[in-house]
Design a protein around this ligand. Sequence first.
Ligand code: CMC
Length: 437
Amino acid sequence: MADELLKIVDQRTNSSYELPLSKGAIRAADLKKIKTGPEDSGVVSYDPAFLNTAACQSSITFIDGDKGILRYRGYPIEQLAEKCTFLEVAYLILHGELPTETQLENWVKDIKSHTMLHEKTKSFLEGFNHDAHPMGMFISTLAALSTLYPEARKVRDPEVRKLQIRRLVGKVPTIAAYTYRHSLGFPYVYPDNDLSYTENFMNMLWRMVEPKYQANPVLSRALDILFILHADHEQNCSANVMRAVGSSEADPYVATAAAAAALSGPLHGGANEEVLKMLDEIGSKDRVPAYIERVKAGQFKLMGFGHRIYKNYDPRARIIKWAADQVFVATGRNPKLDIALELEKVALEDEYFIKRKLYPNVDFYSGIIYQALGFKPDLFTVLFAIPRTVGWLAQWQDMLDDPEQKIARPRQIYTGYAARDFVPIEKRAARPVGAAR
Ligand code: CMC
């Protein structure tokens, strides 16, 4: 039901229309009614990059970008990061409510029963070059899981869906760890289900010949917090891909692989790796002002800065800064932090960044903490993808359960040639490439 009506006057015809307005949104399909005559197919909304288009209704994650607020299922991110484990938050995101003690116990048990990878997956990973980027291996392996679980195609069956969600949440750390071991040429380490989700991940990454891996509790807690902060972020680029691919009823493994592919780009989750490269390039605090000048001159972007939705400090970046201090007590201070702090200070005082409301985002400090935890930069985006798998799956379920959703299929405004007759090759004149745009 509409809350209000929006009146639109079409000056071409002097007709007026009343479009239902609900929760501040009109339905773009209602614009079709606005036409100049029976031949006209009606007005469409044009919104490249979805700057102002809501593609769904969702109750998972709330962001107020102006105030710097982030909540999962209504709970402030700060409280969840302080009080929960990652799997508890994963349950919340996927089920809508925080688990009771028994629910959590069963959920953790369920996830742990899916941490192993089929041996064939190992041989599949072995086919990659030793220097293959871990994100490429991660994406491909996710897609390959689709071949092992063909029943996953029954996406309308809630029980089948439930099983694939548990499998994916259970297996992503194992895939991630195997990509890392592969790049080092070390044998893969099997999951140890005595350990927590993050401790087991650390075990699969770093256990060598010791019979039992002992995780440093400060570091495993920091990783748990980082996982919580990255678990979902409403309709970002990769979530949108998950929904779009899932809307064709493709199985969740290939849809998650597609979402991970979207995440890998440097403007999205790939930014954390780029931040580290940038800090390396800057090299020392005194070179920060010159670097900022080059950003302002448009030579490149300041990686880890800016956000489509946050026009204020990203609340996740604030928590990561706090977590970094805890980690540095255990690992020693990462000297790159000083360059990052200086970069933030100079940028936040500069008119260019103030005017455009550009603040540090989640990726600005996460790389520094990942590096202090012992990760190589090319694994950073995989570290983002592990927890974000939970968000993607929640968005996917949300989309499948929403009776209003159909296969995603945007419109276009055609700008090409009108119909023209075929020209035989001997009569064609060379034309500049892209002349039709
Ligand atoms: N450095 C310098 N200038 C910037 C930056 C930046 N990082 N980000 C935006 N701008 C400028 C941009 O050039 C534009 O200036 P003008 O108005 O003069 O043309 C203005 O700010 C508005 O930017 P926009 O490109 O319209 O913003 P957007 O919403 O399309 O892009 C963004 C958002 C995150 C892709 C962009 O800010 C960016 O490329 N940041 C660097 C990459 C990054 O850190 N990505 C991680 C995002 S958060 C985590 C995640 O999504 O995974």
